[in-house]
Design a protein around this ligand. Sequence first.
Ligand SMILES: Cc1cc2nc3c(=O)[nH]c(=O)nc-3n(C[C@H](O)[C@H](O)[C@H](O)COP(=O)(O)OP(=O)(O)OC[C@H]3O[C@@H](n4cnc5c(N)ncnc54)[C@H](O)[C@@H]3O)c2cc1C
Length: 236
Amino acid sequence: MNKAKISLINKISSKTNEEVFLMFKLIGDFEFKTGQFVMITTNIDNKNIKRAYSIATTNKLLQDKKQIGFYVKKASENGVSNYFTQIIKEGDELEITGPYGHFIDNEEIKNYLLISVGSGVGPILGIYEEIINEKNNFNKLVNIFSEKTEKNINGIIQKTFNSNDEKVKNILYLSRDKVEGYRNGHIQDGLQEAIDFLGTKKIKVFICGKPEMVDDATNILLSKGIEKNNIISEKY
Ligand SMILES: Cc1cc2nc3c(=O)[nH]c(=O)nc-3n(C[C@H](O)[C@H](O)[C@H](O)COP(=O)(O)OP(=O)(O)OC[C@H]3O[C@@H](n4cnc5c(N)ncnc54)[C@H](O)[C@@H]3O)c2cc1C
């Protein structure tokens, strides 16, 4: 386990101000496998509070530019997610420890299905960037993401999940909104279309989000013949 300090350099907020993408500068050295998480220690009202956050950028970005990003959704009125979405300012320094977690790609299978809802998009942002832009050693990829309304969509989502061609399909759902450019529905609605696009059941699946969504999507994928060993999930 390693420790390092990070200092905020940029914050992108959604229209609701409840979803933020935070980019930090690393002070010191740190390495991880894209998709893993760290424990972040904050100091709120003179108390040190630690929470787990998935790293939403790649290890290559960290090694090349000393930058590390996180995607945080407000989940409390005075906890750490409130600090990250409402209070943190440029230059604030925090401590990270880690890395932890199994949400990583062993690169055995070249067809990918990425699924996330809400703050579960954190590690998916890093994995997507690494597969498509850094390694570019894949056959086909489908990415399915869902949020409640258009106002909850953070700019980083539109910027990152923007390709649609013969190799890549992005399917973005809004569960409570009908807005051009998005589908109205839930990630479960897109699973068959994703398998059809990939054209095979030999797919590496990464699912991250609320436990009920992860369990439901996993059961649907198993019933469609996707192998259990190829479904990697993270619930929070
Ligand atoms: C492996 C892992 C990775 C994670 N990665 C991420 C990530 O990338 N991004 C992310 O956003 N989160 C992530 N989380 C969740 C994160 O660790 C925190 O649990 C979350 O940000 C809430 O922390 P908090 O201190 O704000 O809330 P806490 O004060 O700890 O509250 C915990 C929960 O209580 C409930 N709650 C508290 N106050 C209120 C209130 N006023 N009204 C209603 N409900 C309330 C909420 O459900 C809240 O989630 C991850 C968790 C794990 C285990």
